[in-house]
Design a protein. Sequence first.
Length: 135
Amino acid sequence: MSFLLELFPEAAVVVIMRHPVHVAASHLDQPWAPSTLEGVLGWLEPVYRRWLAQRPGLLQDRRYVEVKAETLTANWPDSRRELFGRLGLPDADTVNTFAASRLAARRGQLGDTEHAEVVSRLGWAAGELGYPARP
C-alpha cells in the first residue's frame, strides 16, 4: 500500500476489513484462491503479516482509510456518510449497500476443526485488527 500511495500521491486507499476467520472461509469459495484450507491459510498468513507490519505507519497517513465491514453493515447510510466524509467527498446514495445478511453467510461455513485451525493461524491478526480471536 505504501508503494501505491507513493505512485498515486493524490489517491486514497480504502481497506474494508473483515474478521480473518470469515476472510479464510470466503477464500474457500473463490475460483482464484487456493481450494484447500491449508492453501488459503498459507496464502493469507503472509498477506496479514506484511499488511500489519506496515499498518502503524499507514494509520498515520490521511490517505489511508480503514473501516470494518461489520461497521458498514450496522447502518449503511450513516457509515457511508462517515466514509465519504473521511475521503473528502459529499454523501451520495449508492446502488450497492452493505447488508449484514451477506456477512452472516460465512458463519457456520467452517467445521469446528477448520475453525480452530484458522484461529490458531490467524487469531493474532484478528486481535491486531480489534476483533476477538474467535468470532
